[in-house]
Write a protein that binds this ligand. Structure first.
Ligand code: CUA
Length: 322
């Protein structure tokens, strides 16, 4: 089952990168392009001159003597000064862009980011929690305060040209201001284990009134009127549960959910437990409480993150996986 759909990469504005849709992106693209152009010019010039000299000044016979010319102050001056000026200039181009991208404007809207294998969890100032879906207002600077609960991850939004490592035991920050109301792809750009390539998310840039509406609805505009099973299915997708738990019977990082409800589950301590509502609830909220035989206690703890009605919906969904 693969329910999630992530935004497609949209091309444009830059030959190498997806369409630029943040205020930082034009500077990044410009710096990248100017470095690339200079590298191409110097590569062609240097290698071209080298090949030319190899052909023209090759030793043609045993009597061929090496030219006594060994010095030209003018040429040496030019090929020292020109690259030096270019490199110093490039340093300032990069430094300006780096400072701009590092220091968020005062008054930026702050969102807390937690990375863990293999989810992004976003917490808003009003307490709204949103998994793998970062809604932000268009045209407003947004500052992310990021940390990891396990290993190194990296927050990367190609269309915004922003990327920063997310580190356990420490905070890193990043900011951007989106210029277009659209959905763009969020990727993890640091190898973090088996589910790394699926540690994807959506950054949804909304007009400000739509963003307010989204926040007031508790970060969810789509689950209204859904049955508990459907809502559970939606949460199962939103929280990337499928990265570890299949619903088709195949084992992953965690046990499959197919046929688990109502069955007798063998545990690592040699006992077994009847998989009823309380067992499923406990296994979601305090995932380390009972470990299924043959698996490791690696699942994140969802106590304090999931609301009771979310757990109800997930239980209803898991009951349906017969
Ligand atoms: Cu998280 Cu790769």
């Amino acid at each position: 089952m693969h329910l999630s759909t992530h935004p497609a990469i949209e091309l444009g504005t830059s030959f190498w990168m997806p369409k630029a849709t943040s205020t930082l992106a034009p500077d990044v693209d410009w710096a990248f392009n100017i470095v690339l152009i200079l590298c191409v010019i110097f590569f062609v010039g240097i290698v071209g001159a080298m090949l030319y000299f190899v052909a023209v000044y090759r030793r043609k016979n045993d009597d061929d003597k090496t030219s006594p010319v060994d010095h030209n102050a003018k040429i040496e001056f030019v090929w020292t000064v020109v690259p030096t000026v270019l490199v110093v200039w490039l340093f300032f181009v990069g430094f300006k862009g780096f400072m701009n991208a590092t220091v968020a404007p005062a008054g930026a809207y702050e969102i807390t980011v937690k990375a863990e294998k293999w989810n992004w969890t976003f917490t808003y100032p009003d307490g709204t929690v949103s998994p793998n879906f970062l809604a932000v207002p268009k045209g407003k600077p947004v500052k992310l305060i990021m940390s990891s609960t396990d290993v190194l991850h990296s927050f990367y939004v190609p269309e915004f040209r922003v990327k920063r490592d997310v580190i356990p035991g420490s905070y890193t920050t990043l900011w951007f201001e989106a210029t277009e109301a659209k959905e763009v792809l969020l990727e993890c750009a640091e190898y973090c284990g088996k589910g790394h390539s699926e540690m994807l998310g959506t950054v949804s840039v909304m007009e400000e009134d739509k963003f307010k509406e989204w926040l007031e609805a508790g970060g969810d505009l789509t689950s209204k009127g859904l049955s508990p099973v459907k809502k559970g299915e939606q949460l199962f997708t939103k929280w990337n549960c499928k990265t570890c738990h299949s619903v088709d019977g195949s084992a992953g990082t965690g046990p499959t959910l197919k046929g688990v409800f109502g069955s007798s589950v063998p545990l690592t301590d040699g006992t077994s437990v009847n998989a009823d509502e309380n067992y499923v609830r406990e296994s979601i909220l305090l995932s380390n409480a009972k470990i299924v035989r043959g698996f490791s206690p690696v699942m994140p703890i969802f106590k304090g993150t999931l609301k009771d009605k979310d757990v109800d919906a997930l239980v209803a969904f898991i009951k349906e996986q017969k």
